[in-house]
Design a protein around this ligand. Structure first.
Ligand SMILES: Nc1ncnc2c1ncn2[C@@H]1O[C@H](COP(=O)(O)OP(=O)(O)O)[C@@H](O)[C@H]1O
Ligand SMILES: [Mg+2]
Length: 420
C-alpha cells in the first residue's frame, strides 16, 4: 500500500543525516515495509543488524521482509536467531513487559471506581459508543507539568466556564487541541483529569470505539457522537490514540474513509452549530495523523506533553509506593530528581523492580524487610528511561516536516536537551 512519499523521503533524508541512529532506521524500515518496498526494508534492516547484530526488532523486521521478497531460507535463519535470543532474554527476573497494562490497571482501580454514565435520554441503540465517566481525578492531582496545565486551562477550562468572556473578545467557542508526546508520559492521564473537572461534559472516544468506527455504520456513529456532544455543550470530545482513527489516508488501505470524512465534516460543523464543542486529541505519532484533521477550525493547535518533570516524577513514585513498605533510607524526592527522561510508566517499573529486589531477599533470608534506598540503586541500574527513541524519531519530523510550526514546542525542548 502506498505511503505518502514525502514521509518516506523525509525519513530517508533523516537517516542519511544520522546514519548511526538505530531507532530512526528501524522506523524507516517499518515505513518501507508498510509501503510494500520489501527489498528496501530488508536492506535497511540488515544495515541495523550490522550495527547491532542482536537487535530483536531488526531481526523480526528483516525476517518479515525476507519472507516477502521470497527468500525463505534467510527469513528462517533470522527467525531462529530471534527465537534463541528471546529464549535467553526471558530469563532475567524483572522484565515484565506488560508494565503499561500494570500502570493502567492500577489507575483503573482508582479512576474507574464509579463510572457515571450519562443518562440515556434518547435511547440510541449504539450508546455503548459514548463513554461518559466521572473519574475522581482532578487537574490538581496532576503533579508538576505546569506548562501543560496552564495551556489546558486556557484552551478548555476557562472558555467552558466563561463563554461570555470568550464572546466579548470575539474568540470562537470551538476548536481543537492535539496532545502529543512520547508514550507513557501522561496524555491519557491528563485527559482523565480534565474529564474529572468537567463531568458529563466530557466524552471519551477510546481506541476500541475508534475500531468500532471501522466496522458497521460508522458514519452514523460519528454523527451520533457529535450530536451527543452538541447536546451536552459546552462539551469536550476526547479522541485518544487519534492516529488510529485519523491515520493518514495514504497510510492505510483499511481505513474507513467514510468515517474520516464524516469526522471532518462534523468537526467543521457543516450542518450543525458546533459552538461549545471542543475537541481534544492525543497521540504518540502526530506525524501519522491525517493532515486534514489539523486544518484551521479542526485540531489546529498542538500541545507537547513532555516526560514528567521532577515534581511529577516524585508524585508518580509516591503513588506507586503507596501501600508498600519502605524504610527511612528511601528519599523519594531525590529519586525523582535523578530520573530525568523517565516516563510515568518507566517510574512504575522502577518501583516494581525495587520492590522485587526487596522481596527476593526476604524470600531468601526468610526475614521480611522494607524496600530500601539500595533496592532503588539496584533498580536504577536496570531500568533505563524509554523516552529517548521517541525523541530521536520525533526530532526528524520536527526538522524536516514542521509544517505550520506544529513541532515548535518540540524543537525548543530538543534544544534544551542539546539534541539539536
Ligand atoms: N504528572 C503526572 N502525575 C501523576 N502521574 C502521572 C503524571 N504523568 C504521568 N503519570 C503516570 O504515568 C502513567 C502513564 O500515563 P498515560 O497517560 O497512560 O500516558 P500516555 O497516554 O501519554 O501514553 C499514568 O497512568 C500515570 O500513572
Ligand atoms: Mg494514552
Amino acid at each position: 500500500m502506498a505511503i505518502d512519499n514525502s514521509v518516506i523521503l523525509a525519513m530517508q533524508a533523516a537517516v542519511e543525516n544520522d546514519p548511526n541512529n538505530i531507532a530512526l532506521r528501524l522506523h524507516l524500515v517499518s515505513l518501507l515495509f508498510e509501503d510494500g518496498q520489501f527489498d528496501e526494508s530488508l536492506k535497511q534492516a540488515q544495515t541495523v543488524l550490522t550495527q547491532e547484530p542482536t537487535n530483536t526488532d531488526a531481526l523480526e523486521k528483516a525476517a518479515n521482509s525476507a519472507e516477502k521478497v521470497g527468500d525463505l531460507t534467510k527469513a528462517d535463519s533470522y527467525r531462529k536467531l530471534l527465537k534463541a535470543l528471546k529464549g535467553e532474554t526471558e530469563k532475567p527476573p524483572i522484565t515484565p513487559p506488560r508494565i503499561s497494562n500494570f500502570v493502567k490497571d492500577e489507575w483503573a482501580e482508582i479512576i474507574e471506581d464509579e463510572p457515571l454514565r450519562v443518562p440515556q435520554s434518547d435511547g440510541f441503540e449504539d450508546d455503548h459508543f459514548f463513554e461518559s465517566e466521572r473519574p475522581d481525578l482532578r487537574l490538581a492531582d496532576v503533579a508538576g507539568m505546569e506548562k501543560v496545565k496552564k495551556r489546558l486551562n486556557l484552551a478548555f477550562l476557562a472558555p467552558l466556564k466563561n463563554p461570555e468572556m470568550m464572546k466579548l473578545y470575539g474568540k470562537s467557542l470551538r476548536g481543537g487541541l492535539l496532545l502529543y508526546g512520547p508514550p507513557g508520559c501522561g496524555k491519557t492521564f491528563i485527559a482523565r483529569a480534565i474529564a474529572g473537572e468537567l463531568g458529563a461534559n466530557f466524552i471519551t472516544v477510546g481506541l476500541s470505539d475508534v475500531l468500532d468506527m471501522w466496522i458497521g455504520s460508522s458514519e452514523k456513529n460519528v454523527h451520533d457522537l457529535f450530536d451527543r456532544a452538541r447536546r451536552n455543550a459546552p462539551c469536550v470530545l476526547f479522541f485518544d490514540e487519534l492516529d488510529a482513527l485519523g491515520r493518514k489516508r495514504s497510510l492505510s488501505r483499511t481505513a474507513n474513509h467514510g468515517a474520516i470524512n464524516q469526522l471532518l465534516s462534523e468537526l467543521d460543523g457543516v450542518s450543525q452549530n458546533n459552538d461549545g464543542v471542543f475537541v481534544l486529541g492525543a497521540t504518540n505519532h502526530p506525524w501519522d495523523v491525517d493532515t486534514a484533521l489539523r486544518r484551521p477550525g479542526r485540531l489546529d493547535r498542538t500541545l507537547l506533553v513532555l516526560p514528567p518533570d521532577a515534581l511529577a516524577r516524585e508524585a508518580v513514585l509516591n503513588f506507586h509506593l503507596r501501600g508498600r513498605p519502605i524504610d527511612g533510607t528511601v528519599d523519594v524526592g531525590s529519586i525523582g530528581k535523578h530520573t530525568h527522561e523517565f516516563s510515568g510508566a518507566d517510574l512504575a517499573y522502577l518501583v516494581e523492580s525495587a520492590a522485587e529486589f526487596a522481596m527476593e531477599e526476604s524470600i531468601e533470608t526468610g526475614k521480611v524487610r522494607s524496600i530500601s534506598s539500595n533496592d532503588f540503586k539496584k533498580a536504577l541500574r536496570e531500568v533505563r528511561p524509554s523516552t529517548r527513541p521517541w525523541f530521536e524519531i520525533a526530532k526528524n519530523y520536527a526538522l524536516f516536516a514542521n509544517e505550520g510550526g506544529i513541532y515548535d514546542d518540540l524543537l525548543e525542548y530538543l534544544k534544551e536537551l542539546r539534541m539539536l
